[in-house]
Design a binder for this molecule. Structure first.
Ligand code: HEC
Ligand code: HEC
Length: 222
């Protein structure tokens, strides 16, 4: 269990951030009309690191997902969803101080986390065929999640590569059970016709994709 002292430290320190220099890259943040304060984001991130790891790398086995380097638009959407309870994980909301977080806090956190660089070579599920998964992925996932699993700004979709397959499968189960909304569509049917075997194939394919650098990502986003 994280210590109470750390929790208190973050609650006290969060509002005291110093102003960070302006950064041109933050178009999503500009959309909210807010300048991120990365130093304040870094302070708040200490609470997140208790589960997600010091570099936002998450944990092998996917209990805690990797969050490092995820795009700002997606992090903001996810954090807003947790704050209002559309996505639920109580321990995170309490320890991370999210329930009482201001918009500015989320902007700061998203900017800081999005800048964290890790490159993970995640393991593939044992019983999946990346070759069959490739075919399914190109047919059903590529339009939104990108050719190389890099995610698409335009679709507000997350990158899938470099993420633990156990975490991804858990999310798919939540989508199927209606506990989380996929693709912004409450009636989404992406996963209804898939057998477990198909999903493992897709996840094997995703795990085979390289977790690549930012320059490549920009290329793919066009
Ligand atoms: C007590 C452990 C814990 C703490 C502390 C915590 N998280 Fe999480 N976080 C989780 C777990 C577990 C999940 C996955 C929940 C699920 O399966 O829905 C998650 C999911 C997420 C996701 C969704 C990732 C995705 O791909 O959609 C984001 C973003 C995130 N956390 C950010 C944060 C931030 C920012 C903080 C600090 C303010 C934080 N978390 C603190 C445990 C934690
Ligand atoms: C119509 C666009 C669209 C299609 C097609 C699509 N997705 Fe998604 N997907 C999204 C969006 C948007 C999100 C983010 C949802 C949110 O903000 O909570 C998402 C989220 C996810 C997540 C959660 C990731 C995370 O980090 O929590 C998984 C897993 C996922 N999709 C898998 C797939 C797979 C596998 C396919 C193909 C079988 C697929 N998606 C097809 C748009 C799409």
């Amino acid at each position: 269990m994280p210590s109470m002292r750390l929790l208190l430290a973050a609650l006290v320190a969060a509002p005291l951030g110093v102003l960070a220099a302006a950064n041109d890259d933050d178009d999503k943040v500009d959309m909210l009309g807010m300048e991120p304060d990365r130093a304040a984001g870094e302070v708040m991130f200490r609470q997140c690191a208790l589960c997600h790891g010091q570099h936002g790398q998450g944990i092998l086995g996917g209990k805690y997902p990797r969050i490092a380097g995820m795009p700002t638009y997606y992090l903001l959407n996810a954090l807003k969803d947790y704050r209002i309870g559309d996505r639920g994980y109580d321990a995170m909301i309490v320890v991370g101080g999210l329930r009482t977080a201001e918009d500015q806090d989320l902007v700061n956190l998203a900017a800081y986390i999005s800048d964290l660089e890790v490159s993970l070579d995640v393991p593939a599920p044992e019983d999946g065929s990346a070759r069959s998964g490739n075919r399914l992925y190109r047919g059903d996932c590529k339009t939104c999640h990108g050719r190389n699993g890099e995610g698409k700004t335009r679709k507000e979709s997350p990158p899938l590569r470099g993420q633990y397959h156990e975490y991804l499968l858990r999310q798919i189960d939540m989508f199927k059970a209606g506990e989380r909304i996929h693709a912004d569509d409450p009636d989404d049917e992406t996963f209804v016709d898939y057998e477990d075997e198909d999903l493992l194939d897709i996840l094997a394919f995703i795990a085979s994709l390289d977790d690549v650098t930012e320059e490549e990502e920009d290329d793919n986003d066009k």
